[in-house]
Design a protein around this ligand. Structure first.
Ligand SMILES: *Cc1c(COP(=O)(O)O)cnc(C)c1O
Ligand code: SF4
Length: 452
């Protein structure tokens, strides 16, 4: 009998349904294999042949960071939730019963952090524009309906509710017309960020249905198109050997030839994702189109909570022509307890990495929380008037007037998110809270207020 050697460049999703067909599944201990079965009833699970064969170091499983990045583990659920689901799975409970328990557990995991759904959907002529979010004046997010999945799912992802179907995707859009009308009425918007999921899961033919109309429309304010993607990390063949890779690169070329900037906002969590020949080649090809690649990642316990990984990631990125952009704090949702690290520790890892790299890598900013009022950066601990404080700043704000103003919280070594911090110096509120509340009350969103 002969066994066909699978083509490594042919995408093969790995999910609960076919995980046992992986040769590597035999390397998993019985309880690890069972944990995947249990946890993936609640949180999304999907990985692929590239991640499994070319990124994960199976000698180091289950501690391997890339394994942790896409494979569910028991501790990603709280123990009471794990036990409940484990007993349902063990006794092969009916599907509906499992689904009911899963949904109940999911609702305890803060599925809608940072007021995304309530506060960021823009309106034009008093109607909501489908498929857009607009939180910061300069940048509108576009969610194409065919781009709401990914080549693999990150176990920490804050978009997990849409992957398990508890958020419907009606907010996503099939076309660019609403965006174009919106951009005409909002001259301050300079950037469109196409995001998901991962828009690079789309065939070029479909993706073009969003880009072409934008390029054809006369939009003098539009300077930059950004594409948020993890394809360089999870499926670099998207830009090399996939059937329509060349067409995608041609499309990139058309964007840059139109006189606009194309920025690939690439998500990399660990230096290993930068090492394979496939990602190197994909990077070269993208850069040849005139696009820039900027990089971002959250900082997470069990994956990348050490300074040396960050320093080598940033160094390597600069060496191959990428621009380090953001370090995020893990969002307050999903398996947060498994990944979270205190803000002070995140800052200290950031600092210890930042001090090892050249100024060219210090374009990176962070650690940053994407919180309700804005992107709040942790500048670090300080002593002010004899009090120990934590210095913060807005990297982005719902109100542009908040940006780049240092402010102070009581020093707290265990806080992991903005809502756990208290203002310093006995003040009752942070400086932005009244204005934030006024904006919510009066329905002031990005693009609707007179600018300051
Ligand atoms: C991060 C983010 C942006 C982009 O912010 P930049 O600082 O310009 O990169 C835009 N909209 C939302 C909702 C964001 O979270
Ligand atoms: S690739 Fe991005 S959107 Fe997809 S699961 Fe990972 S973090 Fe979430």
């Amino acid at each position: 009998m002969t066994t066909a050697i699978p083509d490594p460049t042919r995408y093969q999703a790995v999910t609960l349904h076919n995980i046992n067909a992986l040769p590597q599944a035999e390397l998993l201990a019985k309880d690890e294999r069972f944990a995947i079965d249990v946890v993936s009833r609640v949180l999304p699970f999907k990985t692929n042949n590239y991640v499994v064969n070319e990124l994960i170091n199976w000698d180091d499983v289950p501690n391997d960071p890339i394994f942790t990045l896409t494979f569910p583990q028991a501790d990603m659920l709280r123990s009471e939730h794990f036990s409940e689901m484990a007993s349902l799975v063990k006794r092969e409970a009916p599907r509906a019963e499992i689904e009911e328990a899963a949904n109940r557990i999911r609702l305890t995991l803060n599925p809608h952090p940072a007021g995304q759904l309530e506060h960021n959907v823009p309106t034009l002529y008093d109607e909501q524009v489908e498929g857009l979010q607009h939180k910061y004046e300069e940048t509108v997010l576009l969610f194409p309906s065919n781009g709401q999945t990914c080549h693999a799912y990150c176990t920490f992802c804050f978009r997990w509710p849409q992957f398990v179907g508890i958020d419907d995707l009606k907010f996503a859009t099939k076309q660019a017309e609403g965006l174009i009308d919106y951009l005409r009425e909002r001259p301050r918007v300079s950037d469109v960020l196409i995001t998901g999921g991962d828009p690079m899961v789309m065939k070029t033919r479909r993706f073009r249905q969003y880009i072409d109309p934008i390029l054809e429309a006369d939009l003098p304010n539009l300077q930059t198109i950004r594409i948020g993607t993890k394809a360089l990390g999870y499926w670099p063949y998207r830009f090399t050997t996939d059937g329509d890779a060349g067409e995608m690169l041609d499309l990139f070329r058309r964007v840059t030839a139109s006189g606009r900037h194309l920025s690939i906002m690439a998500h990399f969590n660990h230096p290993r994702e930068l090492e394979t020949p496939a990602v190197r080649e994909a990077t070269e090809r993208i850069r040849e189109t005139g696009a820039q690649i900027r990089t971002q990642s959250p900082i997470m316990r069990n994956i990348n909570d050490n300074a040396d990984d960050w320093a080598s990631m940033w160094r390597e990125q600069v060496r191959i022509g990428m621009i380090p952009y953001y370090m995020f704090v893990a969002r307050d949702t999903g398996a947060k307890h498994f990944f979270e690290i205190p803000l002070v520790r995140a800052w200290s890892i950031f600092r210890d990495a930042y001090d090892q790299v050249s100024g060219l890598a210090r374009t990176v900013r962070g650690p940053s929380m994407s919180a309700e009022p804005g992107k709040v950066g942790v500048l670090g601990p300080a002593e002010v008037a004899g009090q120990k404080v934590l210095t913060l700043t807005f990297l982005q704000g719902r109100d542009p007037a908040w940006v780049a103003r240092p402010f102070f919280a009581q020093y707290d070594e265990s806080a992991t998110w903005l809502n756990e911090l208290r203002p310093a110096f006995g003040e009752e509120k942070f400086f932005f809270e009244d204005e934030l509340e006024r904006r919510y009350r009066e329905g002031i969103a990005a693009g609707t207020a007179g600018s300051h």
